[in-house]
Design a protein around this ligand. Structure first.
Ligand code: SER
Length: 413
C-alpha cells in the first residue's frame, strides 16, 4: 500500500513528466491578498499569473499546497471531527496552466493519473460539469468512455469556482469517487453523502470576479486544479487495492493521522476507532465521543503547527483569533478525553507531527521550538481560564437551592 509520501510524489512526478514546474507550497499567509485570511487552495500563490499582472518563466506548474479553511468563504471548522473528510488544515495537490493548455489536456491528464498511476477503477468514478459546458462533457465522453448518466450537469455554483468574493474564477468539472458496495452511487453526487465524495476539482479559469459583482473576461484561459490529498490517501489506502469496498474511505484512517493517533492513544489511555456520529443525533456513546475528540485534536494540531511555523500566532484579531479559537476547541475536546488542566496535549504531539512531515515541509523542523513554546503558553493560559470557570460553576452550583443559576455568576462564566 503506498504511503502518504509516495502518493504525493506520484502526483508531482506525473505532472513533472508532463512539463510542469514543481513549485513548493507557499506559506499559509496569503501574500498581497487582503481578501483572504489563509491560503485556501493551490491557486492562491498563482493568482497574479491568472490575472496577467505577473509572468514567470514557466507556463505549467504543479504543487502540494498547505491550505487552511477556517474563517472566511471556505470554512470547515464546525464539521471537523464529525465527518471522515473535513479538515481545517489539508494539502491540496494541483496542476496549473497559465495561458497554456486548457480542457482538452487537463481532463485526460487527470483521468490518466487516477486510473493508471493510482489504479482507481473506472466504474468508481463519476464527474460533474457546469450545465452549459458541452465542451467538457464531450471531452469526458471521449476520454473516459462515460455514458451521459456518469456526466452530471450542475447549474449551481458547485460547478463554478471562485477563490473569494473577487479574483480569478470559472466553470469547473469535479471528479467524484463512489464507494457504494456495487458502485451505484450516481444519485448521491453533491449530496454531502459519505459514500460519494468529491476528490478533484478542475477549474477552467476564464473570468475575474470584480468588486461590483460582474465577471470580466480574462485575456487568456487557464487551468487550476485541486485534488484533496487526504481524500486521495483515504481512497488509495482504505480499499486494499480496490478489492474491499466494505471499508469506507476515511481520511482519518490513513497514515496522515495514524502516527498522531498512536501517541494520543498512549497519552489518553483510550483507543481510536474510526466511527462517526449518526447525523442529527445529539447523544453519542463514549466510543464515538472519543473518536470525535481524537480527530479534532489531530486536525487542529496540524493547523496550529503549520500556521505558527508560517508566522501566524494565536491572538485577538483576524486570522490570529481564528487560530486561538481553534486551539481552544482542541483543548476543550482534550478535556473530554480526560486530560487535566496540567496537561498540554497539543504541545505533546508536536514532535510526532514534525517527524512525520518535516522532510516535506522543512519549516516545521526549523521552527519546532517556536511551535512548542507558543502552544504551551496558549494551552496553559486557556487551561487556567477553563479551570477558573469550572471552579466558579461548581461553587455556584453547590449553593443552588432553587435550581436557578445566579445571573451574575453566569455572566462571569
Ligand atoms: N481552486 C479550486 C479548488 O479549490 C481547484 O484548485 O477547488
Amino acid at each position: 500500500m503506498p504511503t502518504l509520501n509516495e502518493i504525493r510524489s506520484t502526483f508531482l512526478n506525473y505532472y513533472s513528466k508532463q512539463g510542469h514546474e514543481v513549485v513548493a507550497s507557499s506559506p499559509l499567509v496569503p501574500r498581497n491578498d487582503p481578501t483572504l485570511m489563509f491560503v485556501n487552495s493551490g491557486m492562491v500563490q498563482f493568482k497574479n499569473l491568472f490575472t496577467g499582472v505577473e509572468t514567470r518563466d514557466y507556463a505549467r506548474a504543479t504543487s502540494a499546497q498547505k491550505c487552511v479553511r477556517a474563517g472566511g468563504k471556505h470554512n470547515d471548522l464546525d464539521n471537523v471531527g464529525y465527518t471522515a473528510r473535513h479538515h481545517t488544515f489539508f494539502e491540496m495537490l494541483g496542476n496549473f496552466s497559465f495561458g497554456d493548455y486548457f480542457k482538452k489536456e487537463a481532463i485526460p491528464y487527470a483521468w490518466e493519473l487516477l486510473t493508471k498511476e493510482f489504479d482507481i477503477p473506472k466504474d468508481r468514478l463519476l464527474v460533474t460539469v457546469y450545465h452549459t459546458d458541452d465542451e467538457a462533457a464531450e471531452i469526458w465522453k471521449k476520454v473516459a468512455g462515460f455514458s451521459d448518466d456518469r456526466i452530471i450537469r450542475i447549474p449551481t455554483n458547485d460547478n463554478f469556482w471562485q477563490m473569494g468574493p473577487t479574483g480569478p474564477c470559472g466553470p469547473c468539472t469535479e471528479i467524484h469517487y463512489d464507494s457504494t458496495p456495487d458502485a451505484s452511487g450516481g444519485n448521491l453526487v453533491n449530496m454531502d453523502h459519505p459514500d460519494v465524495i468529491e476528490i478533484w476539482n478542475l477549474v477552467f479559469i476564464q473570468f475575474n470576479a470584480e468588486a461590483d459583482g460582474s465577471f470580466r473576461d480574462l485575456p487568456s484561459r487557464h487551468v487550476d486544479t485541486g485534488l484533496g490529498f487526504e481524500r486521495a490517501c483515504s481512497i488509495i489506502q482504505n480499499t486494499k487495492g480496490f478489492t474491499d469496498f466494505s471499508r469506507k474511505p476515511s481520511n482519518y484512517s490513513t497514515d496522515v493521522f495514524r502516527p498522531i493517533f498512536d501517541i494520543l492513544e498512549r497519552l489518553s489511555g483510550k483507543e481510536y476507532e474510526d466511527v462517526y456520529p449518526e447525523p442529527g443525533t445529539e447523544n453519542q456513546d463514549e466510543v464515538v465521543k472519543t473518536a470525535v475528540a481524537f480527530r479534532v485534536i489531530a486536525d487542529h494540531l496540524r493547523t496550529l503547527s503549520f500556521s505558527i511555523a508560517d508566522g501566524i500566532l494565536p491572538g485577538n484579531t483576524g486570522r490570529n483569533y481564528v487560530l486561538r479559537r481553534i486551539l481552544r476547541r482542541a483543548v476543550r475536546y482534550g478535556r473530554s478525553l480526560g486530560f487535566t488542566g496540567d496537561e498540554f496535549v497539543l504541545t505533546a504531539l508536536v514532535g510526532t507531527l514534525v517527524s512525520q512531515m518535516g522532510d516535506v515541509f522543512p519549516e516545521l523542523r526549523g521552527r519546532e521550538s517556536i511551535i512548542v513554546d507558543t502552544l504551551k503558553r496558549e494551552e496553559r493560559s486557556f487551561n487556567e481560564t477553563l479551570d477558573r470557570g469550572l471552579t466558579l460553576f461548581e461553587e455556584e452550583a453547590a449553593k443552588l437551592s432553587q435550581g436557578i443559576f445566579p445571573g451574575d455568576a453566569a455572566f462571569k462564566l
